[in-house]
Design a binder for this molecule. Structure first.
Ligand SMILES: [Fe+2]
Length: 316
């Protein structure tokens, strides 16, 4: 059919192709078909300048197409998946990160963390960052009390930061944050909890030791009023995480570690909603009934104690 036969009176000029390109032929990888879909689409990324991006996109397409074929995804399910991801993005704001939650409950956060921080058993193991390290922790002095809301069982948290040869790391920066006794982080309850409740940034003493006053962490549900929670509910999973205290520890010349310490008497240690538990990170939280020790540490008597030594491996 000519253009003039469609009522368009225009002089038709031949379109010249840019040098070296001829879109009139079948691409080298062939036309799209169900059988060859992954190869055809992966080939479209062959000209990606970054080798790493080319590798990632090619692998992503290969696995994504295999998944769609494996489950024979229906159009309704694909539309639902797009609506789910759209809702996940729309749920995000300055203090709510639904994509991290989604990544967490699918075990992807934990897998990325584990692959990128293989300790080889020589240093403290890492675990997920979690979605609540969203504000800068306030600088505090060793021995300070980070439980500003006065709720929960008083607990003295202490330990030593060393390198893999046992050398103390003076001045190591220790960033901690935890949920309160109701199972919420301060950023989840603005106006209810004091700002910067249960957060602190400490520097280890010359012998690598650190200590501060807090309360026993409590197990809690991850926020389950959004798409990630709906997914948990639809699949019969609970949203709980076992009781833990978050740490990021760093020092010049050493690889930083993002980790938790878990309380050994907490429920959900064997079914963490985000798969963050590692055996090496579980510690007892015994009761100390010793008026003299309580006076020395400025604790009420009796009190609980949580000891967590941290070992950093050399940078690089
Ligand atoms: Fe947490």
């Amino acid at each position: 059919m000519s253009l003039s036969s469609q009522g368009i009176d225009a002089e038709v000029k031949p379109v010249s192709e840019p040098t070296g390109l001829d879109h009139s032929t079948v691409p080298a990888a062939g036309l799209f078909s169900e059988e060859r879909s992954a190869d055809v689409v992966a080939a479209s990324f062959a000209g990606t300048p970054s080798p790493r991006l080319r590798q990632i996109m090619s692998s992503l397409v290969t696995h994504l197409h295999a998944f769609v074929k494996d489950v024979e995804l229906t159009e309704e399910e694909w539309a639902e998946a797009i609506a789910f991801l759209t809702a996940t993005g729309q749920k995000c704001d300055d203090v709510r990160q639904e994509f991290i939650l989604l990544s967490d409950i699918l075990g992807v956060s934990m897998l990325v963390e584990t692959i990128n921080h293989r300790s080889g058993g020589t240093s403290t193991e890492s675990t997920v960052l979690g979605p609540f390290h969203v504000v800068e922790s306030p600088a505090r002095d060793l021995g300070d009390d980070i439980a500003l809301d006065g709720k929960g069982q008083p607990c003295l948290v202490s330990g030593r930061v060393t390198g893999t040869d046992g050398e103390p790391i003076a001045g190591a920066l220790i960033d901690v944050w935890q949920a309160n006794d109701d199972g919420f982080y301060d950023v989840q309850q603005p106006g209810i909890q004091p700002e910067q409740n249960l957060r602190g940034l400490f520097r280890a003493a010359d012998d690598g030791r650190y200590w501060f006053r807090s309360v026993v962490p409590r197990y809690y549900p991850i926020p389950d009023d959004g798409p990630a929670g709906r997914l948990l509910q639809a699949t019969g999973r609970h949203p709980y995480r076992p009781a833990h205290l978050h740490f990021i520890v760093q020092a010049d010349g050493y690889a930083p570690v993002t980790t938790h310490v878990f309380c050994d008497d907490s429920p959900y240690l064997d079914s963490d909603a985000v798969f963050g538990v590692k055996e090496s990170l579980i510690r007892p939280v015994p009761v100390v009934d010793d008026p003299e020790a309580a006076r020395r540490w400025r604790m009420p008597n009796p009190f609980r104690t949580l000891e967590f030594d941290i070992c950093l491996r050399p940078a690089g």
